[in-house]
Write a protein that binds this ligand. Structure first.
Ligand SMILES: Cc1cc2nc3c(=O)[nH]c(=O)nc-3n(C[C@H](O)[C@H](O)[C@H](O)COP(=O)(O)O)c2cc1C
Ligand code: SF4
Length: 518
């Protein structure tokens, strides 16, 4: 049997040097006259070990990482094609603690298979959900998704089945499925990992959504910063079309569904669903007032399902194993699994898929291993740039939509950014206002004007000017933004600002040495 070597072509692994490693391995194979098949897989998400190279041996896969090009010669000398020992030897990938502790439902194949091999996808359980769906009535598919308890993984946590039911129940000659792959939140990369590592699971999820709601056309709106994801998705759509997974007769059934990939132009607000629709229609990415809901009047005025990548990519396993199987994971009203993305100043950064319910402390200290700097953790921002900062005192909060809301926080797209004790929370609060000012679509006053006024007032606080008065002004302003903004960009910016002020008051004390807008 020709040995197989897996080298990730995932953007994260490439950023860490995977391409150079691939070239070095190719060269070494040639020089030694050894035949081997190189598979460019996605990443398993343990980024602290990337580039992680794996070889398929008779006893299963053996991983090495993080591999540098300078390691390649000695890897061959150590017999790595047979799993031989080396200083980069990690053993069986699924025994690596960071991976072994996970519950991989949505990401089961990511980093394991050849992303563009449909046969590989099928041999690892792919297409079973779609096969079941084509044999079912649309209402029954919607019922199964509803009963699974799946909620939108894009941020708002809205029940996916209810959204689909609205589209199913709205009569129209044309309906659409739009996949939100704008993934603008800081510390998030789950959507990208799936699109690069297991694109067929997203295609399968979108086809199921189409059949369930009567939509025959889908679009994936991918941020322009993801060129590798765009390329992989385009190739995967072509493969799926050729194999009859997409087209006039999905898997030979009477259901038609096809899709296209579209690239965004770099605006955070274009991740907001109605801005995204405007952008897809070729208009400026400005938020639309709701109602009408996109489910009733969405893309080109037609009923539209808009779902995040992970929401859609979680559907195939639900349709394969059943609603009860999926629902069995999780806690409270947060059912199933969630791919937590651990980033910032952290030792073990990466993607960790697990059932809802782990505490923030377990995620940061045990899974993440604490800070990369070795200093104490000061704060953790959960849910992207609009998420609250959590102090250690709140590390007992379980990862659950309602539990986070109770503590004035949000899960968002499940990205968490870790900060050590050198972080200045005043600067972080100002940054939130600045981010909002830069990214605001400008449609409503509390966000457009409020964010700039917020920066100015925080600059005064930083300069020690009438601290108490100005902090109370910031609080007032935050209330206006929270309750008066049209969308969550202006509406949620108060979360990082107010959580900084509430949990880290010492960073807002008058300090004459601080310089405004440092
Ligand atoms: C400013 C802003 C940015 C957003 N960015 C994203 C994004 O990048 N990806 C995403 O899936 N949802 C994003 N959302 C949420 C979407 O508006 C919408 O709730 C989501 O696409 C619905 O899909 P889901 O129900 O599957 O989560 C954003 C919302 C706001 C207000
Ligand atoms: S809150 Fe900001 S981004 Fe949202 S509609 Fe208003 S101005 Fe636009």
């Amino acid at each position: 049997m020709i040995p197989r070597i897996y080298i990730p072509a995932d953007s994260g692994a490439l950023a860490l040097g995977a391409e150079k490693v691939a070239k070095a391995i190719e060269k070494e194979l040639k020089e030694r006259g050894v035949e081997a098949k190189i598979v460019r897989n996605g990443s398993r998400g343990a980024y602290f070990l990337e580039p992680m190279v794996e070889v398929a041996t008779a006893e299963g896969r053996v991983a090495y990482g993080p591999v540098k090009p300078s390691d390649v010669k000695s890897l061959f000398d150590s017999g790595f094609l047979k799993g031989g020992h080396h200083k980069r030897w990690l053993g069986a990938p699924d025994k690596i603690p960071f991976l072994a502790k996970q519950t991989r439902l949505t990401f089961a194949r990511c980093g394991v298979i050849d992303p563009l091999s449909l046969d590989n996808y099928k041999s690892h359980g792919g297409l079973k959900g779609l096969e079941n769906a084509v044999a079912m009535a649309p209402a029954d598919i919607v019922k199964q998704v509803t009963e699974s308890g799946l909620r939108g993984r894009g941020g708002a946590g809205f029940p996916t089945g209810i959204k689909w039911k609205t589209v199913l129940d709205t009569a129209s000659e044309q309906k659409y499925i739009v996949c939100n792959a704008d993934e603008g939140d800081s510390a998030t990369f789950a959507d990208r990992m799936i699109m690069e590592g297991d694109p067929f699971v997203l295609i399968e999820g979108m086809a199921i959504a189409g059949i369930a709601t009567g939509a025959t056309k889908g679009f994936v709106y991918i941020r322009s910063e993801y060129p590798h994801a765009v390329a992989t998705m385009n190739k995967a759509v072509a493969v799926a079309r050729k194999a009859g997974v997409l087209g006039l007769n999905v898997l030979g059934s009477p259901n038609a569904f096809d899709m296209e990939i579209r690239v965004g132009a770099g605006a955070y607000v274009c991740g907001e669903e109605t801005s995204l629709l405007n952008s897809l229609e070729g208009k400026r990415g400005v938020v639309r007032a709701k109602p009408p809901l996109p489910a009733i009047q969405g893309l080109f005025g037609k009923p539209t399902v808009i779902n995040n990548v992970i929401s859609l990519a979680s559907v195939p396993i639900i349709m394969d194993k059943g609603a009860a199987y999926y629902k069995d994971f999780g806690m409270g009203r947060s059912r199933g699994t969630i791919p937590i993305q651990i980033a910032g100043n952290v030792k073990h950064g990466g993607l960790f898929e697990t059932a809802f319910g782990l505490t923030l402390g377990e995620i940061v200290d045990e899974i993440g291993g604490g800070t990369a700097s070795g200093r104490p953790v000061k704060a953790v921002q959960v849910g992207g740039p609009l998420g609250a900062y959590f102090p250690r005192a709140l590390f007992d909060t379980p990862f659950d939509y309602e539990e986070f809301a109770k503590r004035d926080g949000l899960i968002g797209h499940a990205g968490i950014t870790v900060f050590d004790d050198t972080a200045d929370m005043m600067k972080q609060a100002r940054f939130a206002m600045e981010f909002c000012a830069i990214e605001s679509c400008g449609k409503c006053t509390p966000c457009r004007i409020g964010s700039t006024r917020g920066m100015e007032v925080l600059d005064k606080v930083a300069a020690g000017i009438e601290t108490e008065k100005n902090l109370s002004l910031v609080t007032d302003l935050c209330n206006t933004m929270k309750f008066g903004s049209l969308c969550a960009l202006g509406g949620f910016t108060p979360y990082p600002v107010m959580s900084s002020i509430t949990h880290f008051p010492e960073d807002f004390k008058p300090a004459p040495t601080r310089v405004a807008a440092e």
